[in-house]
Design a protein around this ligand. Structure first.
Ligand code: HAM
Length: 408
């Protein structure tokens, strides 16, 4: 038995999945840069307070899921459970508002949440996130969806569903929360323990509960769409118009409330039903007040994050990684052949080719088997004859076509 293993809910990403992950990351960088996003690298650790303020004290993430510890100076530190709070902090701290507006950033890396692990839900997971600052216009929301459509198209993921909602603003949401509290208080005895807690601390999250009993109750709950103020209604209608205009299909789901407190107006999820219960691959929304709450100027913002493990699960079975670097495999007999192969490998690698060199003490047969396992594009055999003549044969594996190469 292995002496050590990963922590529960933490995975290694090992070959052949590395190619799939590289592919997803490359496509995201390619697509995001077309839309003007710049890469931002944010720390994995932050002061705990940042997430408490940003994500919200009453949220599941802050209440039960953060990896929080004291450092050697006794400060409370947390492994980031998400990226938005850090990007907002960095935006203010580095005066990024001085860049041409709207400022657009993306980031990529591991996040940490102490959740109950299951397929598609881990304790360390990767996100590719993006944030836009400085535009309150619904056209920015629409542009995000157009970018995500291009991204999903390029990675080859079809059959996804964009679900949108508006969760209002500080003007209209308090009224809605009051009506929710009034409604659910009448049913409080029949709510699950989590929801009884939510009723006190985070009533909006009552709509998000997956418990069957709570589900029956919430069917009759008041909907936020009935409580939105004029500005929020206009924003939402304008967004829907722009989505229609671009031919981006969506469904309206008034039950999308999201698990983080910072959202205002647009909230959305992109789901794919065939990966099981954890079917939200991308999620995000507007957060027009967070920069100001963190001490910056009033700055509207919107963003999203893609869950890499979930996306990789969806793409795993697809044959979409044809961008392979061709491999030249040297099958070599003896140490002199090794010298030649090493020098030639240097040249080929400079040209961007992938080179593997066999073990000179292995038989030719076993080296050829290895070349086959590696799926080599071509093989060059170097033995005594080749060293004497200075010429070796480069053989293409798929069709046997041969070509002479000078090994000196
Ligand atoms: P979130 O909904 O908490 O939003 O996470 C975004 C995505 O990360 C989810 O849709 C899912 O694909 C993935 N994800 C979340 N938790 C896990 C987990 N335990 N295991 C695997 N994948 C997971 C945010 O994090 C916001 N910061 C998004 C955002 C950016 N909103 C505005 N800007």
């Amino acid at each position: 038995m292995n002496k050590y293993s990963t922590l529960k809910g933490v995975c290694d990403i090992v070959p052949p999945d590395d190619k799939l992950w590289d592919f997803i990351e490359e496509i995201s960088k390619e697509v995001f840069s077309i839309y003007g996003f710049k890469n931002i690298r944010i720390p994995v650790i932050e002061y705990t307070e940042l997430f408490k303020r940003g994500i919200g004290e009453g949220t599941d993430i802050v209440e039960k899921e953060m990896y929080t510890f004291s450092d050697r100076s006794g400060r409370s530190i947390t492994l980031r459970p998400e990226g938005t709070a850090s990007v907002v902090r960095s935006y203010i701290e580095n005066n990024l508002s001085d860049l041409p507006s709207p400022q657009k950033f993306f980031y990529l890396g591991p996040m940490f949440r102490y959740e109950r692990p299951q397929k598609g839900r881990y304790r360390q997971f990767y996100q590719i996130g993006a944030e836009v600052f400085g535009s309150s216009n619904p056209s920015t929301d629409a542009e995000i969806f157009s970018m995500l459509n291009m991204f999903l198209d390029k990675v080859g993921l079809t059959n996804t569903q964009l679900q949108i909602n508006s969760i209002g603003c500080p003007i209209c949401r308090p009224n809605y929360i009051s009506s929710l509290i009034e409604f659910f208080s009448k049913h409080s005895d029949n709510l699950c323990t989590d929801c009884q807690n939510r009723l006190q601390k985070n009533p909006l999250r009552l709509l998000d509960c997956k418990n069957e009993g709570c589900g029956i109750i919430k069917k009759d709950a008041p909907l936020i769409t009935q409580s939105l103020c004029g500005e929020c209604v206009n924003h939402h209608n304008q967004l829907k118009h722009l989505l229609d205009l671009q031919g981006i299909s969506f469904i309206e789901n008034p039950l999308i409330v999201r698990g983080l407190d910072y959202y205002t107006k647009t909230a959305f999820e992109i789901t794919a039903d065939h990966i099981g219960a954890q079917n939200t691959v991308i999620a995000g929304g507007r957060y027009d007040n967070l920069v100001h709450e963190f001490g910056g100027a009033k700055t509207p913002a919107i963003g999203f994050a893609i869950g890499l493990e979930r996306l990789a699960l969806l793409l795993k079975d697809k044959e979409m990684i044809d961008k392979k670097v061709p491999l030249i495999y040297f099958a070599i007999l003896g140490d002199k052949a090794l010298d030649k192969a090493l020098l030639m490998a240097k040249k080929y690698r400079k040209e961007g080719l992938w080179v593997e060199i066999g073990n000179p003490s292995d038989s030719l047969k076993s080296q050829m088997k290895k070349a086959d396992k590696f799926n080599a594009e071509s093989v060059i055999i170097i033995g005594e004859n080749e060293i004497n003549s200075g010429i070796a044969i480069k053989k293409r594996m798929n069709d046997g076509v041969q070509e002479e190469v000078n090994i000196n």
